[in-house]
Design a protein around this ligand. Structure first.
Ligand code: GLU
Length: 325
């Protein structure tokens, strides 16, 4: 009898506990978020690290745990967010625009579940060339061995768009390389390529490595066709790679750029996105010291260059902070 009662009693107890656990889930369960970035020597990867560092210092209270993944870059990040395997990603603003609107390489692959969190810093389209390759301007790449970027990189996407307007075909090159970002400095040093394109926030470890191991030029990407291309696309802006950042390149070099945008999936909770934005904004001075590419950013500039709608969690914080009406 006792035993029988015992069994009944524990059955009830288990049911009660299960209900209690289910009800308390939203309060006590940790939420894990992963940010997809780029190659480890680029600027996305340390940016993901800087963000997670600020987010994780509150993990006891917020129960939100942030981690960073090195990836193939912008196009990979949006596609992987679509698949549900990444929560956040750093993505070039031209790629955000094309993915959200289903145009260019995203024709038939419209990615509607991406939302803007913040436009962090400018990235400039940079052509790094061996000095001995004699590449003085963008049109000189014909007949040369040029790395466009791995499939999935934003560099490759922007390079191909630029080729279109300049009337350059891949077959005009002696070799169109697909090395990953982290492999590009060795490629140029070992004379496997004459140059490489990189859409990146400056200064970056990647180009420092290259310029410290072989003589390189940052090549101007300018002229009437480039001007027209920049004017025709809202996500581009003319900009100079500053002089003095890389060995042998003391003068500014004209080119154009985009913004490096932090995006999130619509599947990520408003609370998690709000927590990320708050952690960055409330430690903004510290954040700015975490990478020299953030030298000129302001809280206001974070809202400049967004080409997908804001995530609700981000909107909530910006409104509270008076940055958005
Ligand atoms: N903009 C590059 C891309 O989307 C990555 C730059 C970086 O890793 O800093 O592929």
């Amino acid at each position: 009898m006792m035993k029988y009662n015992g069994i009944l009693f524990s059955g009830k107890k288990i049911a009660t506990l299960t209900l209690a656990t289910a009800l308390s889930m939203p309060l006590f369960a940790a939420e894990f978020i992963t940010i997809g970035t780029g190659g480890v020597t680029g600027t996305y990867y340390p940016t993901g690290g800087a963000i997670c560092r600020l987010v994780n210092q509150y993990k006891k209270e917020t129960k939100i745990r942030c981690s960073v993944e090195s990836t193939g870059g912008s196009v990979y990040n949006v596609n992987t967010i679509k698949n549900g395997e990444l929560d956040f990603g750093t993505v070039q603003s031209d790629v955000v625009y094309q993915a959200y609107n289903g145009i260019k390489q995203f024709e038939g692959n419209k990615i509607e579940k991406i939302r803007s969190v913040m436009a962090i810093y400018p990235e400039l389209f940079t052509l790094v060339a061996r000095k001995d390759a004699n590449i003085k301007n963008i049109m000189d790449i014909k007949g040369k061995r040029i790395n466009l970027g791995n499939p999935g990189s934003g560099n490759e996407a922007t390079a191909l768009a630029l080729f279109d307007v300049l009337g350059i075909k891949k077959s005009d090159l002696a070799f169109a390389g697909a090395l990953k970002a982290a492999e590009m400095p060795d490629g140029i040093r070992d004379n496997k390529i004459d140059g490489y394109f990189y859409m990146v926030g400056h200064p970056t470890a990647n180009i420092k490595d290259a310029s410290n191991s072989v003589d390189v030029n940052i090549v101007p990407i300018a002229g009437p066709k480039v001007d027209a291309f920049v004017k025709a696309n809202p996500y581009f802006a003319q900009a100079d790679v500053p002089g003095g950042l890389y060995k042998g390149n003391d003068e500014p070099t004209p080119t154009f750029g985009v913004k490096a945008v932090l995006i999130a999936s619509t599947d990520v909770s408003d609370t998690a996105v709000y927590t990320v934005v708050k952690a960055i904004l409330e430690n903004f001075d510290e954040f700015k010291t975490l990478h020299p590419a953030y030298a000129h950013i302001t809280k206001e500039s974070l809202l400049d260059g967004l080409s997908a709608p804001l995530h609700e969690g981000a909107k909530k914080y910006y409104k509270e902070a008076g940055l958005l009406k």
